[in-house]
Design a binder for this molecule. Structure first.
Ligand code: FES
Length: 288
């Protein structure tokens, strides 16, 4: 795949970051790599890199930093997925500002390209894909299935379900690497999904982004925030082995009224505060 670069006198950036959406397995990484290679092959830009906005690495702040370290002073970020939802469009400039501030990059300019889905040229690309489909094998109703997993019909009996956020805000705080770390630790301890102890599920945004990286553990309803490797290790050893939520890493939930109108706490001490925590004033507030 190669990409035609536009003939125009637009100011050429030092670096281009293609921003993709991650997913399961190696395919999202391979697809983004192919896109990066195609743009590099055009030879127009000195630096071309890929980053994932969620569910994959490297994440955007890390790649921005790498571009600057390689000498870039003007960087264009181009989302290369469709569609780009409204909350992400509003949030992207904030995460860029935060990254520039964090790394003291006052002399760096970052420009956000339009969403791919808004570009008129996309229609041509879609038409090419449709035309190329003429060469593809048809899928027929009576064709033999290529795979069938009997386990897909059984509901597993796990002691804990852990919802681990790899949504865009948490991903930029390193949640994808933390999720991998959690999986490794669980496997080392013999607690992973095969053991029936903990089923970890990656999720999109769970809402309290300012508390990220975030994980919620059921059936206890224990919300953990500001996770790092040490916190993950403690949660594995204490919560998943001994059933004791790790209080320093818990985040308070709003008090809930029971059916008699009385104030009650979430199970296992997960509700620790009088009111819900809302994050630092001025921090990102997601639009859902
Ligand atoms: S992205 Fe993780 S809580 Fe919003």
């Amino acid at each position: 795949m190669t990409v035609d670069t536009p003939e125009c006198s637009a100011r050429i950036p030092d670096a281009v970051v293609l921003l993709g959406k991650g997913g399961y397995g190696d395919w999202p990484q391979q697809e983004l790599d192919r896109m990066v290679d195609a743009v590099r092959a055009g030879g127009r830009y000195r630096i071309v890199e890929g980053a994932f906005i969620d569910q994959g690495t490297p994440h955007l702040p890390k790649v921005l930093r790498a571009c600057v370290d390689a000498g870039a002073r003007r960087i264009v970020i181009a989302p290369v997925f469709v569609p780009v939802e409204r909350s992400l469009r509003e949030w992207l400039p904030k995460i860029v500002r935060r990254s520039l501030k964090k790394y003291h990059l006052d002399d760096v300019e970052v420009v956000l390209a339009d969403a791919l889905g808004d570009h008129p040229a996309l229609g041509h690309a879609v038409a090419r894909v449709v035309d190329d489909a003429a060469q593809k094998e048809e899928v027929r109703a009576n064709a033999p299935p290529r795979d069938r997993a009997d386990t897909w019909s059984h509901i597993p009996e796990h002691r804990y379900h852990a919802l681990f956020c790899v949504g865009p805000r948490c991903a930029t705080l390193g949640s994808y690497e933390l999720w991998q770390h959690l999986r490794d630790r669980l496997a080392e301890r013999g607690l992973n999904e095969d053991s029936g102890r903990v089923l970890v599920v990656r999720t999109g945004c769970l809402f309290p982004c300012n508390l990220g990286p975030v994980m919620v553990v059921y059936p206890d309803g224990a919300w953990y925030g500001a996770l790092n490797r040490r916190a993950v290790d403690e949660i594995v050893d204490e919560h998943f082995v001994h059933g004791r939520p790790v209080e320093p890493h818990l985040r308070p939930r709003p008090r809930q009224r029971d059916q008699r109108g009385q104030v009650g706490a979430a199970p296992n001490g997960a509700c620790l505060g009088e009111t819900g925590e809302t994050g630092d004033p001025g921090e990102f507030k997601p639009v859902h």
